[in-house]
Design a binder for this molecule. Structure first.
Ligand SMILES: [Zn+2]
Length: 754
């Protein structure tokens, strides 16, 4: 009875809200759901739904897939209730149902379709019946908000243990296909797959999640990758990956925009592999309910910033949402598969809904073809500019703007074709600015036009002054690149490579991972290891411990070690887990780490340190045989010391990064820096990381070196001087993006503190 009153009240409220919103030209979003949920937390149980409920969940592509399914059903003459605006959490679903139901709480429709946020699947479908669940993909996404992908999958897996409705799964994503085994008694599991397409690769080129068999932790073998970790995989041990297919897409032709399924040719408006996967689910659902998808897919238009094609003042523009590396990679793939010349706008915000951590942009595979100019915007316009510059794109052709309007105006200065990529909170404001700029037409007969390939597009010549270093090179060992790569930490290597190459010095990168031959640690100049998911970290710690002695030896010989987050912890005495279990460390250093018992409590957020890079400078001139040349030349030595002393303060530098750790590290004899903003080694600590002349071990992602060129140059100078045994003055680089980025962020963070 109470709930019936709540529904009546909510419907009245909704009518008023609608009138108000129309007057104010505002969308009321899921406010209604929020109010109703406050009044009655279990209101969903009181909504009467007699028709099939179809739900779509995924990291990427939920909105497009749900809208395409809804469209397909409607084209088959069905009445559909759906949350097509993308309000996909519980309150959004309540809003949709309240708006659609009768005063007695009845839904009168042939189908209900929802897109549902991954973490809300168990919450929502405890309260309303579910007929078909479609699971498309799982990628890393806003790690500071959602936590690791694995824990999300486990939540859904738990829910599926007692679910026996239809389950439509992507057989090309090892994280998704595994859900088919959650309930062995469920006979309604249907797998779909898309056959190898033109741009599939043999090697993984983009950061992905599915590395190990979820059942026996064996490394998966891939025949090919379509994008990210989506592709044809198989576990060599248990054969996981070979399910019977319910729908199998073949002969994907992105130029003609066609593909086949079960002998039927489908023609669509989509020009990327990622949308073909979305459509594979539509075909699966159509087959399940014995409906036709062919006619619907022919006319289904992508809009609202999901591969949206428009014309702005006669200028073709393609807008796409990208809130994680995979989303961005897919957009860049589409851009690269288009042979025409184009310009790109990348808008990056770091608001709460985006996740405050922008490290993920370093996981993007940022190789662009036939792009003549890139404009960046958003609250992190400079972070994006640094990221793009480091990928090798000419810095003179990158224009960062903190003001979105200015950015959009700058973009349309030319008539060249535009691609726009924006993250979550940036998408609609960016569309709005673009739509306000001029006449906008829906692009209808969009087609790739072939233009001659412009060769030597990015070829650069090395200026004369660099030739001095031409004979020089550094060797870096990258530990577990496929396992410790969670927060864009690989960006550190990209930055080192970039800054070395700008000075004409080569960086050789060797990789080591489980099953490879034992590396000779002491033969390297730099050893790098990053942070990873708990699961990966426990697998590799057993492998790493084999090299305990040779790693200690390399540290003593002066090889530079850059260790981030998980790797920082592994190099200490031990890591004590939540359950009190001890994971032994390498014991290279004396500190130890204890997991915070409350899993929800983590040190997460932006962090600023003050670091004294001069700390070991004086020692370095007399110790360990490093820089012997200085000892041999007393006069030069004392002069140098004087000048260093005079410049001591210059070496105190602010270091900006992002921390995300539950582990609390104790017993640090020599910290990396003093905390100016953020947590540090423990909650509310005054110190962060571990620092020794040839070791920087820290929790800082970001990645560390991206916004802190002084740290990069410290490492570079140290390694060059150690290797070549002479004082090497490294050239200054044009770091204007870094300088502006630091200025903007330091002001923001340090002001927040006050
Ligand atoms: Zn297996």
């Amino acid at each position: 009875m109470y709930n019936t009153l709540v529904i009546i009240f909510a419907k009245v409220l909704n009518s008023f809200a609608n009138i108000l919103c129309r007057i104010l030209h505002k969308d009321n979003g899921n406010l209604l759901g929020k109010i109703v949920k406050k009044l009655s937390p279990d209101i969903l149980k009181s909504i009467k739904i007699d028709c099939p409920v179809i739900a779509v969940t995924a990291t990427n592509g939920k909105t497009t897939t749900n809208n395409a399914i809804r469209y397909m059903l409607e084209q088959n003459g069905k009445k559909v209730v759906s949350n097509s605006e993308g309000n996909n959490m519980e309150t959004g679903i309540i809003t949709t149902l309240i708006k659609a139901c009768t005063l007695t709480g009845k839904i009168k429709a042939d189908f209900v379709t929802f897109e549902v946020d991954e973490s809300y699947v168990p919450v929502v479908f405890k309260k309303i019946p579910l007929s078909t669940l479609v699971v498309l993909d799982f990628f890393r996404d806003q790690l500071d908000r959602n936590g690791e992908v694995e824990s999300l999958i486990l939540k859904i897996n738990e829910f599926l243990k007692t679910y026996d409705g239809n389950l439509v799964l992507n057989n090309d994503d090892p994280n998704v296909a595994r859900l088919g085994r959650a309930n062995e008694n469920n006979k309604n599991v249907y797998y779909f797959s898309v056959d190898k397409y033109k741009y599939a690769t043999e090697k993984e080129v983009e950061a992905g999640e599915g590395k190990f068999c979820p059942f026996d932790k064996t490394r998966l073998e891939y025949e090919y990758y379509q994008y990210s970790h989506i592709g044809k995989f198989k576990c060599p041990k248990c054969g996981y990956g070979e399910e019977n297919l319910f729908a199998e897409i073949k002969d994907v032709d992105l130029e003609q925009r066609t593909f086949k399924e079960n002998g039927i040719t489908y023609k669509t408006l989509a020009n990327n592999i990622y949308t073909v996967y979305n459509y594979a689910t539509v075909i699966s659902v159509a087959k399940l309910y014995k409906l036709d998808a062919k006619e619907a897919l022919k006319t289904f238009k992508l809009d609202n910033g999901r591969a949206e094609n428009i014309e702005v003042n006669g200028c073709e523009t393609i807008i796409n949402l990208a809130k994680n590396p995979t989303g961005a990679n897919v957009s860049l793939r589409t851009l690269n598969e288009d042979p025409e010349e184009k310009e790109l706008l990348f808008v990056l915000n770091d608001k709460a809904a985006d996740g405050h951590d922008v490290s993920w942009i370093w996981d993007i595979n940022f190789e662009v073809k036939n792009v003549t100019r890139i404009v960046t915007a958003g609250t992190r316009a400079y972070d994006m500019a640094i990221r793009i510059k480091t990928s090798g794109f000419d810095a003179d052709k990158i224009e960062p703007y903190l003001d979105l309007k200015e950015a959009v105006q700058a973009l349309y200065r030319t008539k060249t074709k535009k691609y726009v990529i924006a993250n979550y909170t940036a998408l609609q404001p960016t569309r709005k600015e673009i739509f306000q700029l001029g006449t906008v037409l829906k692009w209808k007969n969009f087609r790739f036009r072939t233009v001659p390939n412009r060769k030597n597009f990015r070829k650069r010549t090395v200026p004369n002054w660099k030739r001095r270093y031409w004979m020089k090179e550094l060797k870096l060992l990258y530990l577990y690149p496929d396992m410790l790569e969670l927060y864009g930490d690989y960006g550190n290597i990209q930055v080192l490579k970039y800054r070395l190459e700008k000075r004409g010095i080569n960086l050789i990168i060797d990789k080591y991972s489980i099953c490879d031959n034992a590396p000779d640690f002491a033969s390297y100049d730099i050893v790098f290891a990053g942070g990873g998911a708990d699961n990966e970290q426990s697998i590799l710690s057993k492998d790493l411990i084999k090299y305990k002695d040779s790693i200690k030896d390399a540290v003593e010989k002066g090889v530079f070690f850059l260790l981030i987050c998980g790797a920082y912890q592994l190099f200490g005495k031990y890591y004590k887990g939540v359950e009190g279990n001890i994971i032994p460390g390498l014991e290279v250093f004396d500190y130890y780490t204890v997991a915070e018992p409350d899993r929800k409590k983590r040190c997460i957020g932006n962090i600023v340190l003050s670091v004294d890079l001069n700390k070991f400078k004086n020692k370095s001139q007399t110790n360990n045989g490093v820089n012997k040349s200085f000892e041999n030349n007393n006069e030069e030595n004392s002069n140098l010391e004087k000048s260093i002393k005079a410049e001591t303060n210059k070496f105190e530098t602010e270091v900006i990064g992002f921390e995300n750790h539950g582990g609390q590290t104790f017993d640090i004899e020599s910290p990396f820096g003093k905390v100016l903003y953020g947590n540090g080694n423990k909650f509310g600590d005054t110190e962060e990381g571990y620092f020794k002349q040839n070791v920087i071990a820290t929790y800082l992602h970001g990645p560390l070196l991206a916004k802190n060129p002084e740290i990069s140059d410290y490492i570079i100078s140290y390694c060059l001087e150690r290797k070549y045994n002479e004082k090497i003055e490294i050239e200054k680089l044009g770091d204007s993006f870094e300088e502006k980025c630091r200025e903007q962020l330091l002001e923001k963070f340090l002001k927040e503190k006050m």
